[in-house]
Design a binder for this molecule. Structure first.
Ligand code: ADP
Ligand code: MG
Length: 374
């Protein structure tokens, strides 16, 4: 069991920062996911927590103890790599028991622990095999078992599912969620896959160029994105983001853009023609012949099987609506769509940060970065 505290940690390689002033407080037993595009610093941050990389600035604490300068084996954490890093010439049992042998634990203890974790991960029947005779999913479980055998306070996992095919990935996701519930151990899990983050995390820290763009529950990031980066990163297809202006008539606010004129459910005195970036998720745009919010022409209809993606040219604004299939619409047709005022996100066009408006801010990190409506 371990609490992980990352305190203003930066890492500089030559002249470039891979990680910049990251602070995270990961509670004991939490399933925290580090999410972000390739190259944003996820692995570097994880390796610093494991002790495989030295921070340029900042401190790392495990259960309140400063381990910034401690070697990997003196930290109560275990790392699971994307590549599994199994020893090909050793049996599954020897691979799993390796960390205990390296610590010169008694043979009976090693055998007992190997038997325990193999049973937990359903590897008992494979103990005499070599890694080469295992499937990708089985190898991944052996790598996990090797991390579990020491009973560490926290697991650090770097894209452990990325070598698995789609079906096995989704099954292993469910296994990891179950494993986390059974063990109750802190998980810090790195991925670039938003589905993994949304389905497994108790909290997500989304990284952008080495910085934390937003940290919160998956629902907070999805429903209250702090910036256009967060809004655009989560969700598939991604949120429609387009320039618009907020107009005020007798205290009632609307957004107006090319092909768009939608009511907002806030009242207030905004200066006339305040420019914004407006955001609407594709599943929140509803086709409705009587609607006036969006009027345009259908450019493309994509069949996803269960749903359709309807791409609409509304003036110069391109919008995507995700609708139940069949939507009964065709390319070239005129179309109208409506949007609930509560489903319109507003961002500052200069900073990309969320503008405070009708919805209450859920976490203090968001509130600190919101810009009040004048
Ligand atoms: N050992 C290294 N030397 C120099 N640059 C590195 C090293 N490791 C990582 N980087 C750079 O740091 C940045 C972040 O890398 P990484 O942490 O691997 O990102 P991610 O895991 O999110 O894909 C990248 O620009 C990468 O090229
Ligand atoms: Mg990486």
């Amino acid at each position: 069991m371990a609490r992980l505290q990352i305190d203003a940690v930066s890492k500089k390689f030559d002249t470039d920062y891979a990680v910049r002033e990251v602070s995270l407080d990961i509670a004991d037993g939490e399933f925290m996911v580090l999410l972000g595009p390739s190259g944003c610093g996820k692995s570097t941050l994880l390796r610093m927590i494991a002790g495989l990389e030295q921070p340029s600035e900042g401190r790392i604490l495990v259960d309140g103890t400063d381990v910034t300068d401690a070697p990997p084996q003196r930290r109560d954490v275990a790392m699971v790599f994307q590549s599994y890093a199994l020893y090909p010439h050793l049996s599954v049992a020897k691979n799993i028991g390796f960390p205990l042998r390296a610590r010169r634990r008694p043979r009976v203890e090693i055998e007992r622990r190997v038997a325990q974790v193999s049973a937990t991960l359903e590897l008992s029947a494979l103990l005499e095999r070599r890694p080469g005779a295992l499937s990708g999913g089985q190898r991944q479980r052996v790598a996990l078992a090797r991390a579990m055998v020491r009973d560490p306070g926290a697991f650090l996992m770097d894209e452990p599912l990325s070598n698995l095919d789609a079906k096995l990935r989704s099954a292993t996701r469910a296994e990891l969620i179950g494993l986390h519930e059974r063990l109750g151990t802190t998980f810090l899990y790195v991925t670039h896959d938003q589905v993994e983050a949304m389905t497994m995390a108790s909290r997500v820290a989304l990284l952008d160029q080495g910085r934390v763009a937003q940290c919160g529950t998956p629902a907070e990031l999805y429903d209250q994105p702090r910036s256009t980066f967060v809004a655009g990163f989560l969700g598939s297809p991604s949120m429609n983001l387009f320039p618009a202006v907020v107009t005020a008539t007798e205290g009632r606010l609307r957004i107006t853009g090319d092909g768009i004129d939608a009511a907002l459910d806030i009242t207030g005195d905004l200066p006339a023609r305040t420019p914004v970036i407006a955001g609407i998720r594709p599943e929140r745009l509803r086709l409705d012949a009587a609607a006036t919010a969006v009027r345009g022409t259908i450019r493309l209809v994509e069949n996803l099987g269960s749903e359709e993606l309807v791409h609409i040219d509304a003036g110069a604004t391109s919008l995507c609506a995700r609708v139940a299939r069949p939507a009964g619409v065709r390319v070239g047709e005129r179309v109208a769509a409506r949007v609930d005022p509560a489903d319109i996100h507003l961002f500052d066009p200069d900073t990309g940060l969320r503008l405070r408006w009708q919805a209450p801010q859920l976490d203090s990190a968001n509130a600190a970065h919101s810009v009040p409506v004048p």
